[in-house]
Structures are given as C-alpha cells and as structure tokens.
Design a protein around this ligand. Structure first.
Ligand code: SF4
Length: 347
C-alpha cells in the first residue's frame, strides 16, 4: 500500500484520527511507500522510521529563522529547473515529485503535487540549452524531487541530451529510490542512468541503518555492479540518528554496500522542522566521535548549507584553530594538542 493521505495513515494504524493532521497534509504532502511502511514500528512512539515519514502536528509550528527556500535555490536559478551556485556545476531539477515525502525535507515547499511540478518540454529545452552554453559546467546534478521517479525512457532521453554536451563530464543523481522503492531499480532503470562518455555518480539518501533492507542492499549492489559510483547523503536528525551508535552503523552500512560516505547535512531551516534540529556543537561532537570509532572509509563530511544560497561549509572540521606555527588541534576525544608540537611535547 502506497500511503498518500491521512485516511491511509489511519487505516495503516500509524496515527489516530486527528484534525491537526489534515492541516499538516494541506500544507505538506504525504508519501509512504510499501517498503517504508514495512519498516515502521507503529507500536514504538519514538520509532526513527515513523519520525522521518509520518506527519505530526509539530509541523504546524514554524520558527522565526525558518524559511520557505532555506538554501536559496530560487535566488540562484537563471532558468526554470536550473540552480547555478558554483561555477563548475548545476542542479537540474526536472521533477518535484518523490516516492516518499520526508517530514524534514529542505524543499518541502517545492515538492509534491502542489509544488513546482515537472519541467515542460520547453522548460527542459531551455535548461539543457543553459548547460550547453556554459562551458565551465563540468557536472550536472539531477535532483528535485527525486529524479528516479521518472521512467527509464525519460531518463534515457535526458541522459542522451547531456551526452551531447562535451564539457559535461559527470552526471550525478540524488535519490532515495534505492532504499524507499528498491524494486524500481531494475535493468532498464540502471541502463538509463548511463550516458556515453560520461561518468555517472548516484548519491543515495538514507538516514538510519534500518533502511538497508535486503531489497535495498540488492538494489545498491545492482547499481554498483553496473559501474556506477555510489556516494551517500544523510541528514542529521534529532530522534532519528543523533547518537553515535546509529550514525556509526549508518556509515558502516553505506560502506558495506559500496556507497562512499559523503555528506552528513546539518538540518536546514525548512518550515515546521524545528523538532528535527540538533545543535551544531552536538553535530561536531558526533562526527568527532565517529573519527575515533569507525574506519576512515566511513567518515562523512558534516556540512551546513549556508542560508541564502551561499553554498556548503564544512562544519565538522572546526578542530584546528590558530596561526601558522601556533595551531591547536582537537583530537576525537576532545583533547587539544599544539601543532607543530613543542620540543618537550610527549608523543
Ligand atoms: S526524497 Fe528528498 S526531495 Fe523528496 S521529500 Fe525526501 S528529502 Fe525532500
């Protein structure tokens, strides 16, 4: 059962009938796939899967610092569907639909049936023309929404158009499909993700190790076996993964599935999401603890998307302060050391 309504949530036993949820659903779309539904423990009031996908009245509370476009997509959009924030890469947002709708989504005001929709053929032409006319665009990042909701035929058409642009070398997909709808990742879909002469990367969004079901693992293996490079993307979320055991298992799970840990996002200031936010100090302590606990292969970069569209800042690296010759560097246990060491420092 693919749940898309409050009635569906009630029928599945995930919520009680609550008028406040109708108000939430009127603002923010609901979506829970059968694969995700199977992971939710309806008897656990703190279930990390339910917390990610089942709406709550807390979403009606907005705080002063929250904003509809928290990372400034719209102010960096030269044509519909393109976000051009850095010289060498663009986002191509062809579709604003997702198989699931995450309650903490940073684009929650843009996704779903009431959102920005899918690019029309003319808009897609203009977006591709923009990429073709900017020689310094080395990478195109297909995001949305979730680009893997598109049919293999439409994805293949898009990839064929990008294949014709010589300066584009990398095409990167950002998607939750391998974990929330793994059966979509079949041979036709995988074939459509490749383009002659281009290198395809696929960033898998997962936030809790329970998302790595046997079906999800098999989907990621099919992608890796096809020669597509996999990287990870997670959001640090209160009550979901804001403890070192869960984060460690999540990052190890990625590596076990041939997904290179990449981004751990500090949660963005999206409306109605304050119940998911953790402090930056806590996030830094968590990534620091990961450093001492699990393999270097498993270390994500802890990033903040600076509100207003100023790009990403690595905020986990606040471990070294000072000037050349007089640095103080903090280790994973929180102790500081001089760098370079003084002659009398013990090793
Ligand atoms: S899949 Fe991505 S874009 Fe879609 S609701 Fe979740 S976070 Fe937002």
């Amino acid at each position: 059962m693919h749940i898309r309504t409050v009635e569906g949530l009630v029928a599945a036993g995930l919520v009680d009938d609550d008028a406040a949820l109708d108000a939430v659903a009127a603002k923010y779309v609901i979506g829970i796939t059968p694969a995700v539904l199977a992971l939710i423990d309806a008897n656990d009031p703190n279930d990390p899967m339910a917390r990610q996908f089942v709406p709550t009245p807390a979403e009606l509370e907005t705080t002063l610092e929250e904003r509809a476009d928290p990372i400034g997509d719209l102010s960096h959009s030269p044509v519909e569907g393109i976000v051009h924030r850095y010289p060498d890469r663009v986002l191509l947002k062809a579709v604003h639909v997702c198989p699931v709708y995450c309650r903490f989504c940073f684009r929650r005001e843009m996704v779903g049936p009431q959102g920005l929709g899918t690019l029309t053929p003319a808009q897609l032409d203009a977006a591709v023309d923009y990429i073709a006319s900017h020689d310094d665009i080395w990478e195109v990042i297909l995001t949305g929404g979730d680009p893997l909701v598109l049919s293999p035929r439409r994805l293949a058409e898009m990839m064929a158009r990008l294949a014709g642009i010589a300066h584009v070398r990398i095409v990167r997909f950002h998607t939750r499909v391998p974990v929330v709808e793994p059966e979509r990742v079949d041979a036709a879909m995988i074939g459509a993700l490749k383009a002659s002469g281009k290198t395809t990367y696929l960033a898998v969004h997962a936030n809790h190790p329970r998302e790595f079901t046997p079906a999800a693992r098999a989907a990621m293996a099919r992608i890796a076996d096809a020669g597509i490079a996999l990287v990870s993307q997670s959001v640090l979320l209160a009550g979901v993964n804001d403890d070192v055991e869960t984060l460690a298992a999540l990052m190890q799970g990625f590596v076990e599935n041939r997904v290179q840990p990449y981004y751990l996002h500090h949660p963005d200031l999206a409306p109605g999401t304050s119940h998911f936010r953790v402090s930056i100090a806590k996030g830094q302590a968590l990534v620091s603890a990961l450093r001492g606990r699990i393999s270097g292969l498993c270390q994500p970069v802890y990033v903040l998307d600076i509100p207003g569209g100023h790009g990403k800042a690595d905020i986990g690296a606040a471990t070294i302060v000072g000037d050349e010759g007089h640095y103080s560097v903090r280790d994973w246990q929180g102790q500081t050391h001089r760098y370079p060491p003084e002659a009398d420092d013990t090793v």
